[in-house]
Design a protein around this ligand. Sequence first.
Ligand SMILES: [Ca+2]
Ligand SMILES: [Ca+2]
Length: 452
Amino acid sequence: MKTRNLISKALALCCATTLFGCGNENAAPVEETPLAQQQSELDYSPGSGWNLAWSDEFDGSSLNTGNWTALTSNYDPVTGNCNFGTGELEYPRAQNVTVSGGKLVLTAERTGDNPVDSRCTGYGARSFYSGRIHSKGKVEKRYGKIVASIKVPSGYGMWPAFWTLGGNISSVGWPACGEVDILEWTSNEPSWMKSAVHWYTTGQADWGTGANRGYSLADAFHTYEVEWNSTSMVFRLDGSIVGTTFYSTESEFQQNHYIILNLALGGNWYGNPSASSIDLASGVKKTMEVEWVRWYQQGTTPPPSSSVTNPGFENGMTGWNTWSPNGTEAADFNETYNGGHGGSYHLTHWTNGTPHEVWTYQTVSGLASGNYKVRAWIRKGGAYDFSRIQAKTCASCNPVYTDLGTYGSWTLVETPAISVTGGYLEFGFHTKLSAGNSANFVHMDDVELIKL
Ligand SMILES: [Ca+2]
Ligand SMILES: [Ca+2]
């Protein structure tokens, strides 16, 4: 939501249109159908191996406050800023957020009320009312496919957005919390779906992509999607890949995010236009409509994590084996220092000042053929020759692995997918360092084996 001019060009993609509510004028009169059933909503399939973890279909007649909070001024208590840090011209109100006909409706309208939040008096009165909701503290998840069917309004100054922020924003601030802009739309380039990612390195870091449909995306429903895993993000418009892939190994994108849906007006993406220039006349209402929002997760099909013995190291090394060459094991296990990610204990590889190499693993047999991933929560500091979460299908087979980064706080890391055909899998943690350094440590906990 907060950065512009980062859009890489992408190919125009074809999409299928959807027909709404076909009628037959010659048909006999029938009982009136509730509005929610008259219009078929856009269809969507996440593909095999994906399971619905959460959704709001916007059935019913009011916003589900178990999922969402509607903002009631231009001050955002989660992020602690006025006008959302982008100079937007709207003042969100709960009454501009409605649910009817199976849809969420965010309504923008010009106002002469001159609304001002007492925390934002230096910013002046707002010129529009609009709707803005977020799922902070209610729906926060990590990874998966986040998808929504949205119709954005056309007209100069409309800035509808479907995006996420890292759940830790209140403690670390922006952009260190991470931000994923799944959809942003501007009337200046109405045929584009624009997507972006923001995070922190030595300062603000940004990446953007987009897709040019060749015709305006406004005033019709389209599906907007990000597919997010521990190493990448892919953005899609109506099921087709928008552009390039963002590689998301940054810690901002290894944590829970929450969803935001809003219809902004003006602001710095438009170059801070005057309220009078916005294409929304007094008495006119424009709406951003959302048929549904869904969050799919990969691989919650069997086997569950119960196929891992002692996954949280609460029973010492039960179920786990240790391989270490030439007596170089200098790893200490099950320390309680700083506690576990879950429970009281975790696995530790560290050095007491001597080089070592350790492979802590367990084996499972009888797995159904298919693709698997291993996940675990990790903290890590120092420099290793290598440190990996890995899996292999026989003792002498080449492993698939993910190199562990530096994680100051518990971070979920997963291996790439590994194809199991013989039922057997070894998986665990392999670290090596040839120069002893007491700053080196890896903490590991809550191991999962998932089938894709
Ligand atoms: Ca719906
Ligand atoms: Ca534990």
